[in-house]
Write a protein that binds this ligand. Structure first.
Ligand code: ZN
Length: 362
């Protein structure tokens, strides 16, 4: 186990961004800094999606590593990215292979800075990449749960908890998770809201793909996430279409442990509008496979409770400071285990999975 891993992780978005840009500097690479035009960070700092390409500029064979799609989850993914940038063994594999590496740091910098899973418009970016010109996908049962999940008062009443417990007893936890997290396009103030138009992060990420990956023939993509599964375990969840050939490609790269939201083998529910879908629009014709690398933190219900609390807080700016601070800490703890063993597990897994991708692209 790599005892040194913890130094690549941070306590704030600004610190994480600084470590990322410094680590790029050691490779003499400049980041394309896409600064958010309006939103500011928790401490008033700039918010940016920083992108950088290592290796040949032609980028015909490309590995993408992205962090912070879900804001606060970026503490894990950023740590993995920075650790890989400092990893001499990884760097020599990369340069010997002639493969290009595109790093996208903080896809959702607002959520990263404010310890929030969604973005500045309460949009879950990993539900936002649908065709907004067409009718939105059905919500899979969210509407019924919305009043329960987004109560008027926090903490919620005993009746609220009992009603949710009764729902789980009647239909099962998987049914709750599916109804809740599939993605919904109706309640702007709700959970797992996919938005009604492409968000700033969506448009910025698409532009980055066109500019860095426009000549790619083969692309592999690892998008770092946290909050589902056993502590420190990194589940590889196929990120792409419901397509057997694409799933087979992902398994050829990363092995049979790659799970599928379409086949019910993942801890994640079947969801809509993944960021990976940008590949089909922006890089038509590339041979693509990707995964969400999902690291476990805490039990599902604890994570859900943190999300509900944070959603309530966003709707209640009048909340007392002590309650605000407690909820924010609860959210951070739900998506980031600030512990050396967890960080070491993250880095070790990220390294292995990234090296497997380089090997497959050779
Ligand atoms: Zn996530």
């Amino acid at each position: 186990m790599n005892d040194d891993a913890a130094r690549h992780f941070s306590q704030t978005y600004a610190e994480a961004r600084g470590k990322f840009l410094d680590a790029l500097g050691a490779h003499e690479v400049e980041a394309a800094r896409h600064v958010h035009p309006a939103a500011r960070g928790r401490d008033g700092e700039d918010l940016a999606m920083d992108c950088a390409l290592l290796g040949p500029a032609s980028a015909e064979r490309l590995l993408i590593l992205s962090s912070g799609t879900h804001g606060v989850e970026g503490f894990g993914g950023s740590g993995a990215q920075v650790a890989l940038l400092h990893d001499a063994g990884f760097a020599s594999h990369l340069s010997a292979s002639g493969i290009s590496l595109l790093l996208v740091h903080a896809v959702n910098p607002y959520g990263f800075s404010h310890w929030h899973r969604t973005n500045e418009d309460n949009i879950d970016l990993n539900r936002n990449f649908v065709d907004h010109g067409k009718p939105h996908p059905p919500d899979g049962g969210y509407a019924e749960l919305h009043p329960l999940l987004v109560p008027r008062h926090w903490p919620p009443s005993a009746y609220n908890y009992l009603t949710i417990a009764a729902y789980i007893a009647r239909r099962g936890m998987p049914a709750l998770q599916q109804a809740l997290s599939r993605g919904q396009y109706t309640f702007r103030d709700g959970l797992f809201y996919g938005g009604n138009a492409p968000s700033w992060s969506n448009r910025t990420l698409r532009a980055a793909l066109r500019s860095f990956a426009g000549r790619a023939k083969r692309v592999l993509w690892i998008d770092f996430h946290t909050g589902l599964g056993p502590y420190g375990h990194g589940e590889m969840i196929q990120a792409g279409r419901d397509d057997d050939a694409e799933l087979a490609r992902a398994r050829a790269v990363w092995g049979k442990d790659v799970t599928s939201i379409y086949k019910g083998t993942s801890t994640s529910a079947r969801v809509e509008g993944l960021i990976a879908f940008a590949v089909y629009d922006e890089l038509p014709g590339v041979e693509y496979a990707g995964i969400g690398l999902e690291y476990g933190t805490r039990p599902k219900l604890a994570v859900l409770q943190a999300l509900r609390a944070d959603n309530w807080l966003a709707l209640h700016p009048e909340a007392p400071d002590a309650l605000r601070a407690a909820i924010k800490r609860q959210v951070r703890n739900a998506f980031y285990c600030d512990a050396d063993d967890w960080k070491a597990m993250l880095v070790e897994r990220a390294r292995k999975v990234s090296l497997a991708a380089l090997e497959a692209l050779k």
